[in-house]
Design a binder for this molecule. Structure first.
Ligand code: C2E
Ligand code: MG
Ligand code: MG
Ligand code: MG
Length: 275
């Protein structure tokens, strides 16, 4: 019947489903098929020891290459995947692919000390995250201590059984990092209770570290907090030598950012970081 009215697509949309609404629906439909169409892949961004320049790990970052839309940034599709629930599938795919890549590197005799994978709050809501991670570790054969899971403060504050899940993950032998630390709306009390090993200073504090005394004060405070709680501290979004020097001077010896490398394909990482 729709066809009988011609090919004028607009006729069949409700008035509210124009512009952004349509785009969103289209993106949603594309996204749902992205995995079966093999459009997702991972980039890896080096994490570096500042004083030696040594590779201490990589963060896996998901990328979506759609044949029509091109490369869609995660800032656009990760929130959408979270809204629609697709993130459970996507997150599981990312975990498996990241662990597989680590094993590939190991089998090639290349040493990547650890891999960090981002987890979304929705992956905790189903209550199966511990089993999922355990299954993927078993299936891929990656040693648990090679895997670091990144969670945000809001994930911790907004997940009912966050403590139980995080204890469960810790019991598997994986490590945990708090991503975007300092930007979430959270109480610091959770840091005492949770088996967390690493704080990642958010990029927003690093960016203007030399122009903004408040950002400088916050970065220093996070480094101190990490030190006194025996946590590793890594700075995100390091883009300049000056920022790296500042961090080192204040006792933070781990960094990730464009100054060292953008997120890259496995081949590139191999060539430049795993000679
Ligand atoms: P994030 O986990 O905080 O990841 C760091 C982001 O900062 C990455 O953006 C990275 O490319 C970018 N970045 C790194 N160094 C620099 C720098 O020096 N300067 C600037 N301007 N940016 C830098 P990306 O890859 O676009 O990812 C954005 C966010 O999307 C991530 O933030 C994370 O929250 C989310 N994300 C990415 N991959 C995944 C995933 O597999 N699962 C989930 N749940 N979220 C993901
Ligand atoms: Mg992250
Ligand atoms: Mg971050
Ligand atoms: Mg983040």
């Amino acid at each position: 019947q729709a066809k009988a009215r011609g090919r004028n697509g607009y006729r069949f949309y409700a008035p509210s489903m124009t512009g952004e609404g349509v785009q969103r629906l289209r993106l949603e439909a594309y996204l749902r098929r992205s995995l079966e169409k093999d459009e997702m892949f991972l980039n890896y961004q080096p994490q570096v020891e500042i004083d030696t320049g040594r590779l201490i790990g990589v963060e896996a970052l998901v990328r979506w290459n759609h044949p029509e839309l091109g490369l869609v940034p995660p800032g656009r599709f990760v929130p959408l995947a979270e809204d629609t629930g697709f993130i459970s599938q996507l997150g599981q795919w990312v975990l498996r692919e990241a662990c597989r890549q680590m094993v590939r590197w190991q089998e090639a005799g290349l040493v990547v000390p650890k891999i960090a994978v981002n987890l979304s709050v929705r992956q905790f809501e189903r209550g199966t995250i511990v089993a999922t991670v355990a299954d993927i570790l078993r299936e891929t054969g990656l040693e648990p201590h090679r895997l670091q899971l990144e969670v945000t403060e809001s994930l911790i504050m907004n997940t009912g059984d966050a403590l139980a899940h995080i204890n469960g993950l810790h019991a598997l032998g994986v490590s945990l990092a708090i991503d975007d630390f300092g930007t979430g709306y959270s109480s610091l009390a959770y840091l005492k209770q949770m088996p967390v090993q690493t704080l990642k200073i958010d990029r927003s504090f690093i960016q203007d570290i030399h122009e903004d005394v408040n950002d400088e004060a916050i970065a220093i405070a996070i480094i101190q907090l990490g030190k006194s709680m025996n946590l590793a501290v890594i700075a995100e979004g390091v883009e300049t030598d000056e920022q790296a020097t500042f961090l080192l001077r204040h006792g933070c010896n781990q960094a990730q950012g464009y100054f060292y490398s953008r997120p890259v394909m496995p081949d590139d990482l191999q060539r430049r970081w795993l000679p």
